[in-house]
Design a protein around this ligand. Structure first.
Ligand SMILES: NC(=O)c1ccc[n+]([C@@H]2O[C@H](COP(=O)([O-])OP(=O)(O)OC[C@H]3O[C@@H](n4cnc5c(N)ncnc54)[C@H](OP(=O)(O)O)[C@@H]3O)[C@@H](O)[C@H]2O)c1
Length: 328
């Protein structure tokens, strides 16, 4: 069987992506062959497509850490042809060919049945970014955050993780402050539920002071670096920070005072190896109580041909909301 895929090859030390015809025999071994209805673009796909060795070492390679579609073949009794399924994370799109193709083949342990309250399209409007936003919200609530505790800051707010986090938190009645580098997107952030907006610079203040004025009951922190340094110093007594991203850099300098004087919780979030029981619980929430009413305004749609341009944009931090990929 032949089908289309966006495949990246290493040519003269450069990484070049191209839509080409490939054969199902070229896909990796696995239990479940999925006819992909939608994938989505995440920051990590950008890194994979430009050969970041922390993400992908094996080329030629089909990126795409997300896929949703219909089971075409299954050697596992857990799934049968026709079942609607989601795959996000694990090794998909990293060193295993991913969702930027009309078919993908994966181990059965990676496959999540599509929850009742979601369409395949909606599941990929969430995709890994939305699932990660869900994990952040779960971690914050699990550690005591509630709307009466005060404002919640979302950093990198117009990005994939950020925009879905804003929308979920607003739906749950939190007072959301969005930090963004895109002054032209304030209206978009308000539309999806932000009550206040601060600039990226205001969430990055550099200081040698160990503590700053308490502001946030909770933080969804998708940026890292100087932004993390700021939010650790400004989180309220017993507040929590869910750390999930590094677009602003992986390193940060801190001190123990926010932790030992304010009881601030720094919580890690990993969507890749997230255990299946928690994974299913988060998808269930995303399909019901946490599902934003305005999912469609978060998304723009491209086909495989649009990936080159969209990958450049996401690597420059220029994407707004989520980018759905229809593998046509
Ligand atoms: N832990 C996990 O399991 C997990 C899962 C998914 C994603 N992630 C990570 O989370 C981060 C966000 O992913 P995403 O898919 O949402 O990416 P994205 O759509 O590109 O969003 C990132 C946003 O961060 C802001 N930004 C970009 N460059 C920046 C810079 N140099 N300094 C400060 N802010 C910057 C921009 O928003 P504004 O213009 O609004 O500021 C940008 O839209 C990435 O680091 C990704 O690797 C982690």
């Amino acid at each position: 069987m032949e089908f289309l895929a966006y495949r990246v090859k290493k040519v003269d030390e450069k990484f070049v992506g191209k839509v080409e015809q490939i054969n199902a025999n070229d896909l990796p071994q696995g239990d479940v062959l999925i006819k992909v209805a939608y994938s989505s673009l995440n920051y990590k796909d950008g890194l994979s497509a430009v050969g970041n060795p922390g993400v992908t070492r094996k080329f030629p390679h089909i990126p795409g850490i997300d896929a949703a579609g219909v089971v075409a073949e299954s050697t596992s009794p857990k799934f049968k042809p026709g079942d609607e399924v989601i795959v996000t994370g694990y090794d998909l799109g990293m060193n295993t060919d991913g969702g930027f193709a009309q078919y993908c083949r994966v181990p059965v342990g990676w496959v999540v049945p599509l929850p009742k309250g979601l369409s395949l399209k909606e599941s990929m409007i969430f995709g890994t970014a939305g699932f990660t936003a869900g994990l952040c919200v779960h971690q914050l609530i699990h550690n005591g955050l509630s709307p009466d505790k005060g404002p919640v800051l979302v950093t990198g707010a117009t990005g994939g993780v950020g925009s879905i986090a804003v929308a979920i938190l607003a739906k749950l009645g939190f007072h959301v402050t969005a930090s963004t580098g895109k002054s032209e997107q304030h209206e978009f952030l308000k539309q999806i539920g932000a009550k206040e907006i601060i600039s990226r610079e205001d969430a990055q203040v550099e200081t040698s002071k160990p503590l700053l004025k308490e502001q946030w009951a909770g933080v969804v922190e998708a940026v890292g670096g100087k932004t993390m340094e700021h939010v650790i110093r400004t989180t309220k007594y017993m507040g929590s920070i869910a750390s999930c991203g590094l677009v602003g850099g992986p390193d940060f300098v801190t001190n123990v005072f926010p932790f030992i004087l304010r009881g601030v919780n720094l919580l890690g979030v990993d969507s890749v190896q997230c255990p299946m029981n928690l994974r299913l619980a988060i998808w269930e929430k995303l399909s019901s109580q946490w599902k934003p009413d305005n999912l469609e305004i978060l998304v723009s749609t491209i086909t495989l041909d649009g990936l080159d341009a969209a990958i450049k944009q996401i690597l420059q931090g220029k994407i707004k909301g989520r980018t759905l990929v229809e593998p046509r």
